[in-house]
Design a protein around this ligand. Structure first.
Ligand code: GLU
Length: 281
């Protein structure tokens, strides 16, 4: 007659399973709960904005990248535990809602509209919407000169929304997936100006080697936040603490200096550095 599995063997198996479970659980909730089960953190950035979030020979550089790395380190992740994901303007909310990324640092303005579906930590920077024109442009000295002009901006950006709200009747707006495409349209004469945040335009002007210039009359304030899943107040608090430290220990200033070297751009000292206090409650 076949003997049933001995009690001792059964007990051993049960203990083994319990140990395995405990191990898996610890893994899944390690650090702040913002990571993959494999211990990596997924961060959304831009790949095509020089000076902010830029992919260069398989590495990632820019002010947003430096802010993201600093935050990741404070949350307990080394640089090789970061998985960088491209977060185009139009896709940011969906990426956070779907859990494709743990947080986003991508020139992402804090707005009430966006706060209906995602939350923010920060702000960590304040920019202003401005205009980029060809070097020899004579007719555009500020937003007051936009009547009858053709503008390019990016789908899903506050910049495109502002154009539609403020200049709907006077301008023709072309929308592109990224600002690099807008710069190309400006080079080729398809549009008369590109509009978005001054710090983004300054990077594009610098990359154009003198062929494009920023007008320099900002007409909005863009408070850059770190996008997180809606309601994650604990992560917001941790990120705000990291940003505060980055400002306090001089890393914020250094990151700005490093990433605007040779670029004609100085952050508006009236708003920068800002006080991070968003999303905690
Ligand atoms: N800061 C603006 C925004 O969040 C424009 C820059 C961008 O598209 O990333 O929409």
């Amino acid at each position: 007659m076949k003997k049933p599995l001995s009690i001792a063997v059964k007990r051993m198996l049960r203990r083994g399973m319990a140990a395995l479970c405990a191990f898996a659980c610890v893994f899944a909730v390690s650090a702040c709960g913002a990571d993959d089960a494999d211990g990596r953190i997924r961060i959304g950035i831009k790949f095509d904005q020089p000076g902010l979030g830029f992919k260069k020979n398989g590495t990632y550089v820019g002010f947003d990248v430096d802010v993201a790395k600093y935050i990741a380190r404070k949350l307990g992740y080394s640089e090789d535990q970061i998985v960088w994901k491209e977060a185009p303007s139009k896709q940011r909310e969906a990426m956070l809602q779907n859990g494709d990324v743990d947080f986003i640092v991508a020139t992402y303005s804090i707005t009430d509209e966006r706060k209906r579906v995602v939350s923010f930590a920060g702000p960590y920077f304040v920019a202003g919407q401005d205009l980029l024109v060809r070097k020899d442009e004579k007719g555009i000295d500020g937003p007051e000169d936009l009547n009858g002009k053709r503008l390019c901006s990016v789908t899903g950006s506050t910049s495109a929304v502002t154009v539609k709200e403020k200049f709907a009747n006077e301008v023709q707006l072309m929308e592109q997936p990224g600002y690099a495409e807008c710069a190309t349209a400006l080079f080729s004469g398809i549009v008369d100006a590109v509009t978005t945040d001054d710090i983004i335009l300054a990077g594009l002007a610098s990359a154009s080697r003198g062929r494009l210039r920023v007008v320099g009359k900002p007409f909005t304030q863009e408070y850059y936040g770190v996008g997180i899943k809606k309601g994650n107040t604990k992560l917001a608090r941790n990120i705000n603490n990291a940003i505060s430290e980055m400002i306090k220990d001089g890393s914020w200033k250094r990151a700005i200096a490093d990433n605007t070297k040779g670029v004609d751009y100085t952050p508006d000292a009236k708003y920068n550095p800002p006080k991070p206090k968003e999303g905690e409650k």
